[in-house]
Design a protein around this ligand. Sequence first.
Ligand SMILES: [Zn+2]
Length: 278
Amino acid sequence: MDCRHGRVLFRARSQDTKARYEFVVWDPMTGNERRVPLPDMSLICFTATVLCAAEGCDHHGCKGQGGPFRVAVISTTRTRVTKATAACLYSSESGLWSELTTVDNLDASGQNTIMTSIIVDNALYFNSIGNHIVKYQLATLDLSLFKKPIRCGGELITTEDGGLGFASLNYITLTLWSRETSPDGAMGWAQHRVIHLVKLLPHSALLTLSVPYIISAHVFMDGIQVIFLGAYFSVYMVELKSGRSRKVLEQLGKIMDIFPYASFCIPAMEAASTGQGQ
Ligand SMILES: [Zn+2]
């Protein structure tokens, strides 16, 4: 379901006979895995994300093995009388889920409307199929919604200065937006850059029968922001700052999401720092 800070999050069949499913937080470098029970909330339409919770960690080498982590779950529910988004947060240190936080969401439907997430300034931002972005403040667990810069489509990104951004694609025109504070103190979107894909992708990727689409956007540990574009049966990774791109996958089906993974494991240095080994 997600991948961040050296960990991968799955939903899996539960080993507990009382529950059907549970989360598994897995560190691919060590094989270490932790099982997390599902929270007590409606999980018909939901997504979940994992993040490192080590105090002071710069996330350049998170200790997936045994390090503290959080799992955030966000779901949408729609009944005859309510349309709402709800969220709660799991702490590996306490082994408990937080109280549920809810907010009215007129975009809520019977579909899984909440999609990928991004962390900016200790808040999780979730993209959705609808017209809103959901903000989940990790310190206070406040939940709120605000509008995207355009209707539907697009992906959340981080701006070059680490703020919240948004990338939208209209055929071959990629537009980057940044969330900014206006002089009167109101938050809003500002158009930051417009890039034509002819400058990013080879001509063969932009044949007329192919409509490029954004698969996902990610920030690597060194702060490099990339987006993955699907175009003419291939997937291209585009580095937004430099404009460099390369084909990373050829495939016939439509890929809906990509979770790049990066981590480090240096056992000799680890042993030396803890006074073990040679
Ligand atoms: Zn970390």
